[in-house]
Design a protein around this ligand. Sequence first.
Ligand code: ATP
Length: 367
Amino acid sequence: MTLTLSGLSKVFGDATAVHPLDLTIPEGSFFALLGASGCGKTTTLRMVAGLEEPTGGRILLDGEDITRLPPHRRPVNTVFQNYALFPHLDVRDNVAFGLRRRGVKSVGKQVAEMLELVQLGELARRRPGQLSGGQQQRVALARALINRPQVLLLDEPLGALDLKLRRQMQLELSRIQAEVGITFVHVTHDQEEAMTMADRVAVMNGGRVVQLGEPAELYENPRSTFVANFLGTSNLVEAQVTAAGPDEIQVKAPGADGTLRLPAARCPAEGTGAGDTLLVGVRPEKIALTRAQDADQVPGGRNRLTGRIRDANYLGVSLHYLVDTPACAEISVYEQNVERDTRLTPGAEVVVHWRPAHTFALDAAQD
Ligand code: ATP
């Protein structure tokens, strides 16, 4: 079912937790509400669940207004971070709970199916206290899914797990969502988690959705410095527009050799003209480094800055360089597959270069 929030808002006393919010979450999507602590994502989720009364606006499921329905009458279930399992019931009875409460007599087959879905069949007789965090999380998921909700709400469900288990459960949740095909709305402050799992992400800040889109679109084409920096390192450089065509914008950054180019579609507003100031950004893993003495080997047509390596850190899967350039205090670069003997060391003079298509621009005057 398609979930629509229409002007949905929440005010606590004199503080607005959620400003009027308009969102459409298509049926069968894995949707993430992403933002820092206090941005209003949990309050939004709780309003959808019926656990918090909205101050204004409406919640619609396939066009039907459910704003005033009590929680148990909504075809919606929630999985919380703390799992909220019954400690005295074993896995099987925890999962069966919702069905039994509804008076379903024969629950065995459905419970077995659910346990298979979350891969817990062998632990059916254990109690929550005898399970790992990840296993408890799966029980909570099975317990919610057995009620066949149209929408499953997940409130930081992986927050209590360690990093490795969290990564594993992220893939599991994606698999389960694809298998059951219902709408998942997932609340998280972890950008990597949102990007890994969701097919659409709404980034929230201060009670508002500040950008909405597919993960790659948000990452590669952020529309504000807040989103650019929340989703990763953005290497922002202040630059002056020197030429603005229908397809391409050219800018000059202080100390850059030549102009930097970027697609017009990656610019903040139509009507960008010569003389305007933009913040130009590029993600660290899109950048390559070449020693200054080999500068003639840099492929043509790339954006280039000259710089000097300030710091080089070995991270296992990649090398992280910080490069001082006249255009920007520091440029952050991740390089993979670097041979031990070709690594750059602090002090090395380099050309920093990347494809114009990987460049985005923000309005220098905004936030
Ligand atoms: P977190 O990740 O820390 O849970 P969040 O993004 O989910 O944060 P919310 O829990 O939705 O944020 O809170 C949004 C704002 O509303 C915060 O400023 C919070 O202090 C406030 N708030 C939330 N619940 C209440 C309440 N019951 N009474 C008063 N203020 C509240």
